[in-house]
Design a protein around this ligand. Structure first.
Ligand code: GLP
Length: 261
């Protein structure tokens, strides 16, 4: 796992937006895996800015990680709605190429339809992931099978509490979601995890340096060949080998500056 520590959350998000933009530039027909949550908002703002500066997403296909069960695409707290507000309404990804699991109808059916689309159009070239405070990826809560496929998952109390801030006071946060499985996520060619703020420090340490365990679903990424974890100083605070990761990145930038050969 390559671990990139940047001074601020803003710099971390800018770095991730840059990596996604480069992927689309190099391979305009890329399949991107997208995530939601507060952490991703500045990443999408960065992509919109690059689109306005000329980057086209017209050949791109996107798969979102998850959706709340019971929320239709017009519900302001649905992830479908989030994606329109924060990205889709502002860039040129064709509507027919955008896939978010359906929150309506039978969850098993939504999950199956979503897996079928990934099988048809995948694999995902670049998967963007956030990290829950409890180590979840997508909505794969602690205890999730590390080989799971897209399915309905019960949200933990921690997650319901963490996400309550996005809902109106008195509004019920859905108890379940349809989420891409951990086995599905692992099939992406490259994965970028973005985590910022002190609230994520313990989860960052567990996923990058702890044992590989279903108790911290993100820890399975230690088994993936191409993962880049991008964190700000606050989220990196509990990493035992922080200085080593910083040195490794310094070495990498010296080599990048010297160019090939
Ligand atoms: C949510 C989402 C995840 C997201 C995570 C962190 O519950 N299902 O995809 O990465 O929790 O969210 P935030 O960025 O708001 O901290």
């Amino acid at each position: 796992m390559r671990i990139v520590i940047l001074p601020t959350a803003e710099q971390a998000a800018t770095h991730v937006a840059e990596l996604i933009a480069r992927q689309v530039q190099d391979r305009p027909r890329s399949v991107l895996g997208l995530a939601t949550g507060g952490t991703m908002e500045p990443v999408y703002a960065g992509l919109i800015a690059r689109h306005r500066a000329g980057l086209s997403f017209a050949g791109v296909t996107t798969f979102n990680l998850d959706e709340y069960v019971g929320l239709g695409p017009d519900h302001p707290q649905s992830y479908s709605h989030y994606m329109r507000v924060h990205l889709f309404d502002h860039v040129d990804i064709p509507e027919a190429n955008r896939f978010v699991p359906s929150g309506l109808g039978a969850p098993a059916h939504a999950a199956q339809a979503f897996e079928a689309e990934i099988a048809r159009r995948g694999p995902v070239d670049l998967q963007l992931l956030g990290l829950g405070g409890n180590g979840h990826i997508g909505f794969n809560e602690p205890g999730s099978s590390l080989g799971s496929r897209t399915r309905e998952k019960l949200l933990s109390f921690d997650t319901i509490e963490a996400n309550r801030r996005f809902f109106d006071t008195g509004e019920t946060v859905p108890e379940t979601a349809v989420t891409m499985g951990i086995g599905t996520i692992r099939e992406a060619r490259r994965i970028i995890v973005l985590a910022t703020g002190a609230r994520k420090a313990a989860a960052v340490r567990a996923m990058a340096e702890g044992p590989v365990t279903a108790m911290c679903p993100g820890s399975i990424l230690q088994m993936h060949e191409h993962v880049r974890l991008v964190v700000d100083t606050e989220a990196a605070a509990e990493l035992a080998l922080k200085d080593h990761y910083l040195r490794a990145e310094q070495l990498q930038s010296r080599r990048d500056a010297n160019g090939p050969g």
